[in-house]
Design a protein around this ligand. Structure first.
Ligand SMILES: [Zn+2]
Length: 380
């Protein structure tokens, strides 16, 4: 039986440079303005990004107000996809989202390499904790952040990152849906040391493909932007298998089963650690489930700069709920916990959760990893 369940929200991925709902169009414009697409989209034709920006301008004009929220843009793209001028816009918008998520670490890399390496360190320390302890992950994010990280880890072959490299070789994610799990780049599944991390992506994932009728049919390489393929069952064009957090969250049967499995597993752990999830109105379904989980009398640890407020929001006077923040409602508490230094936040975390942070390892901080898939942009 697993001891710890991590439940991750948007704040977890935000630290890794993944855009929030209102940042997608801005990020698309940023990529186009700086012609960054030439460095990470194999085709180097930013058609989808251009379509996203054009469509956003069009619908903002139509509605007479600025529309930035990606969920609203997705919904509108479904409405306009059969019109003459916006043929295929639903697919283009979804592909643009995918490309933007893939680009996020690359944009960080161009902005400040050291920040990117520091970010890698933090997330990998988190993954080491999950791999070292009996833990599982359930996430509300559909971005490929952790997968990208493992890819990069496995591809980085600089001498000092041996442990890091080894780690990426032996760790794989088990998505808990169908027969799909994510295999590491190297190392075989027969490796006896292999660690399979249960990783429930409750809203689907950008690297999952499926069709309305047949659900999830493919788990793709999270690193590659690709032409979306066809459903293996019906040969209809496949689309990203994502539950965008639009108003009506219709879960198809596969995702419902995934939710049931994930919450069944969370019910059995001794403690749940929630990182970067604010339990806003849009997370009502989670909210309901979390209340059920608390009633199961287990410890709930909230890691968030606003941990105190969230604690009040989800469980008044429940002594099993504890929070870890930075004391001032601000700052990157996630970073403070998983950094290599000694901080109040990481000492609190270890004491409260009984999870041990590895202090003796550094991965990227003092070296420049090779990133074969990150090319510098070509000067014009
Ligand atoms: Zn199908």
């Amino acid at each position: 039986m697993l001891k710890t369940g991590f439940l991750l929200g948007a704040g977890f991925s935000k630290y890794g440079g993944m855009p929030l709902s209102c940042d997608f169009v801005i990020q698309a414009q940023n990529i186009l303005d700086n012609r960054l697409e030439r460095s990470y989209i194999p085709s180097r034709e930013p058609k989808n990004l251009q379509s996203l920006v054009r469509f956003k301008d069009f619908v903002s004009d139509e509605k007479g107000r600025e529309i930035n929220h990606i969920e609203e843009i997705i919904k509108l793209s479904d409405q306009y996809r059969l019109t003459k001028d916006w043929d295929n816009i639903d697919k283009e918008v979804r592909d643009a989202i995918y490309e933007i998520l893939i680009a996020a670490p690359f944009i960080m890399y161009l902005k400040d390499k050291n920040e990117l390496y520091k970010m890698f360190d933090i997330y990998l320390r988190f993954l080491l904790i999950v791999a070292d302890s009996e833990a599982m992950i359930a996430t509300l994010n559909y971005d490929p952040l952790l997968e990208l990280l493992l890819h990069t880890a496995a591809m980085s072959i600089t001498p000092n990152s041996q442990l890091f490299h080894k780690f990426a070789e032996i760790v794989s994610f088990n998505y808990g849906i169908g027969d799909f799990s994510y295999r590491p780049l190297w190392g075989s599944s027969s490796n006896i040391d292999r660690v399979d991390i249960l990783y429930f992506k409750l809203h689907g994932a950008t690297n999952w493909e499926g069709c309305d009728q047949h659900g999830l049919t493919e788990v793709c390489d999270p690193l590659k932007t690709r032409a979306i393929g066809r459903c293996r069952e019906c040969n209809m064009p496949a689309k990203p298998f994502i539950i965008y957090p639009v108003e009506e969250k219709k879960l198809n049967s596969q995702l419902s089963a995934l939710w049931d499995t994930a919450f069944g597993a969370l019910m059995q752990v001794e403690q749940i650690v929630i990182i970067g999830c604010r339990f806003n109105e849009t997370d009502k379904d989670i909210f309901k489930n979390v209340n059920e989980l608390i009633s199961n009398n287990k410890r709930l640890v909230i890691v968030d700069p606003q941990g105190r407020q969230i604690k009040e929001r989800i469980a008044k006077l429940n002594e099993n709920v504890v929070y870890i923040d930075n004391g001032n409602g601000e700052g990157a508490v996630f970073e403070d916990i998983f950094c290599d230094g000694k901080t109040v936040a990481n000492e609190n975390f270890q004491e409260i959760t009984n999870l041990r942070l590895r202090k003796d390892v550094q991965y990227f901080r003092n070296e420049q990893p090779s990133m074969p898939f990150f090319e510098e942009p070509v000067a014009t």
